[in-house]
Design a protein around this ligand. Sequence first.
Ligand code: CTP
Ligand code: MG
Length: 247
Amino acid sequence: MLESVEVGAVIPAAGSGKRMNVSVNKIMLPLLGRSVLEHTLEVFLASDLIKILVLVVKTDEKDGVYHQIRGIDNKYGKKIVFVDGGAERQESVVNGLEYLRRWTGWKVRKRLVVIHDAARPLLTKELLRQSLMAGLDYGAVGIGVPLKDTIKQVDSEGIVVATPDRSKFWGIKTPQIFDLDLLLECYQKVNESGLLFTDDCGVVEYCGHPVKLIPGSYENLKITTPEDLILAEAILRRRENADRPGI
Ligand code: CTP
Ligand code: MG
């Protein structure tokens, strides 16, 4: 079914990782011998469904990132294109989308884009495939998980205002998948409005287009604070051992 469409990936990697509290961008940190970014890229490089990979990086980190991942794309016979990031995630994503809009390598009219945070190195090939299939069906798809913690709404003094029904809320992750033309159109409207969004589904919701959420995995965590690295390493180690039974 995916033969009639082509898929481009935008991987925003141009943040600063302030909450990680280290001197380098957190996507360069090691996880079982490879960087967070390398783990993330490999899932997309290994997927036959992805036609082009756009990696959005800070201008002054381009050389460092290039050297760290050098050769990784050749291994899979696929090219990674570098695009400059912006001050906010939204700006970084728009720069990646603009590259895809102008890219001359598209062979079919129906174009999908999958956006995935560089800081989520635990995405599996299978979840990526499922997400893309849903993207084809719905045109705007996010991956989420039911919340585990009870949610409290608080005022500016930290006093609880309400306890909403948790079953109605999902935590949202990436990948998020869209019809490329739809997302470009929605980002144009949002940019004219001056609003800032922390996820791309929000941009499509703002334009009044329905967004489908499909259940993902709790393992697909975002490396944000130091303990996320410990969890991620434990999950990767378990996966490696599962691939090598008896060890
Ligand atoms: N990102 C980006 N451009 C920005 C900000 C963020 O491309 N101006 C990317 C990050 O590199 C990351 C993803 O968006 O892969 C999700 O953002 P987040 O986890 O918030 O990363 P940082 O912004 O780097 O971290 P922090 O908010 O702690 O500074
Ligand atoms: Mg951030």
